[in-house]
Ligand binder design. Structure first.
Ligand SMILES: [Cu+2]
Length: 495
């Protein structure tokens, strides 16, 4: 078990607090268990649940699933229509959002590794849009960056994306056009690539898409931040959403273990998860399963990141436990996000048998070979005064920065230095990286990631191998106001 001060998570380490002396065996010897059912505080979202069976019993809170139009087992073909969506958040309070095929979040795309995913995007918005498949190792032409990998999809037009899903894990899709506004209006959805090597009965699985929403008195999304202060702070909405719902409820059978598959789709908000009296077993993240599990009391998921968590809510039938988001400062003088309730877990008695003890959860995941690998410095910078703000890479906004060049087949270590007093979630398109210790050595637990928190005035080292997908790839802060203000750059991978 890594110690609290290990650099295991690079930027995460201050927030990941492994329980002293806790080992998985003790976490596994939990109590008796039973069924998990689900109820939501708000109405369902207009997309009928579709045909594909789900693992475990805990599917009702998960987003509705996209209809696979292709009968072949190795092809998943879905249509996503980007369009206006009105939602009644609570009785008498309707908000005017955008979503996919009538749904916020967009429908869950479920597939297995090696499947060919075909997504037909219809743009019924009044603005151009694209789809970026966050974390998926797509060919460059499928990366969804307007004017770089494809033209923007204009209103009334469509675009066909097609690529193989190479890796198990939880991913997500969202526009890469005017991302602050479009994600802020509700355009995001999950992609779950099931791992065929998952142990049986890990837990009753629920996909939780976390986000937030800011609306005006008419229920219309607030415009993106425009003042230097607001841009530096990053747009957070005051309404916290879990699968598009405000504080939904989930019925959990006494003694049943939950497997929470979490994606943070918010523009700026960090979610530090907590459940009083409980800790979580973290078994995976952005790019699928870890080499070994971690026990963590308050795991943090920053914008763009994913977490794969196991937890067994404890208590008697009739009691409840709250999954909450703890206050997070992101380097601000006051907490940027106050504590907010996420999901009310209500324990119910039922006939379902207890979840079995956890298996070892270890995975053979070798560290990348980095002997002789070049270190590539990338500095996240900020120049601001009362009237202007330039967030950038190496002191200049992204559109003025020289691309970083790399060769197909090479392995490098990106050294991402945060020169600012604020946290930034650094995201690399197209490739996984492996967080390293500050001396460059592999961490105790190996992980494949595409997004990582870089705390104020610190640096992270990220080993990456460029497989044979040449092209111009982006990297940027996933606080989208920061990306818009210039904290983005380009990586040119060449044969
Ligand atoms: Cu940032």
């Amino acid at each position: 078990m890594p110690c609290k001060n290990s650099p295991l998570y690079g930027g995460f380490r201050a927030d990941f607090a492994p329980v002293e002396g806790t080992r998985l065996a003790s976490c596994a010897s939990v109590r008796p268990f039973s069924l998990l059912l689900f109820t939501a505080a708000c109405s369902a979202q207009g997309v009928p649940p579709v045909d594909q069976p789900s693992r475990g019993a805990a599917t009702a809170l998960s987003p509705a699933e996209a209809l696979d139009r292709d009968p072949r087992p190795d092809v998943v073909a879905v249509t996503l229509t980007a369009e206006a969506v009105d939602r009644e958040l609570e009785p008498g309070r309707t908000v005017h959002l955008a979503g996919y095929s009538g749904s916020v979040p967009g429908p869950l795309i479920r597939a297995k590794p090696g499947v060919l995913l075909q997504v037909h995007l219809e743009n019924h918005l009044t603005e151009p849009t694209t789809l970026h498949f966050h974390g998926v190792r797509v060919p460059n032409a499928m990366d969804g960056v307007p004017d770089m990998t494809q033209p923007a999809v204009l209103p009334g037009q469509s675009f066909d994306y097609s690529f193989v899903l190479p890796d198990a894990g939880l991913y997500w899709y969202h526009p890469h056009y005017d991302s602050v506004a479009e994600l802020g209006s509700g355009l995001y959805g999950p992609i779950l690539v099931e791992d065929p090597n998952d142990e049986p009965e890990l837990g009753d699985e629920v996909v939780l898409v976390l986000s937030d929403l800011g609306v005006d008195e008419h229920g219309d999304p607030l415009p993106p931040a425009s003042t230097p202060d607001d841009i530096v702070s990053g747009s957070e909405g005051g309404i916290v959403l879990v699968n598009g719902l405000v504080h939904p409820r989930l019925e959990v059978g006494v003694g049943r273990r939950l497997r929470l598959r979490i994606v943070n789709a918010a523009r700026s908000r960090y979610f530090k998860l907590g459940m009083a009296g409980h800790s979580f077993v973290v078994i995976g993240g952005d790019g699928g399963r870890f080499s070994a599990p971690l026990t963590v009391t308050e795991p943090v998921v920053t914008p763009g990141e994913r977490l794969d968590l196991l937890v067994t809510p404890s208590g008697a039938a009739g009691s409840s436990v709250e999954l909450v988001a703890r206050a997070v400062s992101r380097g601000m003088p006051l907490p940027a996000s106050a504590e907010a309730p996420l999901v009310g877990l209500e324990l119910v008695a039922n006939e379902r048998s207890a979840s079995p003890p956890l298996p070892s959860l270890e995975r053979a995941l070798a560290p990348l070979a980095t002997a002789g690998a070049a270190e590539v410095p990338i500095a996240l910078t900020l120049n601001a005064d009362d009237t202007s703000v330039v967030m950038g890479i190496d002191g200049v906004p992204g559109d003025e920065a020289e691309p970083v060049h790399a060769l197909v087949g090479s392995t490098e270590v990106l050294v991402v230095s945060n020169m600012t007093p604020y946290n930034h979630p650094f995201h690399l398109h197209g490739f996984f990286f492996e967080p390293r210790a500050d001396d460059g050595s592999p961490l105790a637990v190996i992980e494949r990631k595409d997004t990582i928190d870089v705390p104020p005035v610190s640096r992270v080292k990220l080993a990456v191998t460029y497989d044979d997908r040449p092209g111009m790839w982006m990297f940027h802060c996933h606080i989208l106001d920061h990306a818009e203000a210039g904290m983005m750059g380009m990586l040119h991978v060449m044969r």
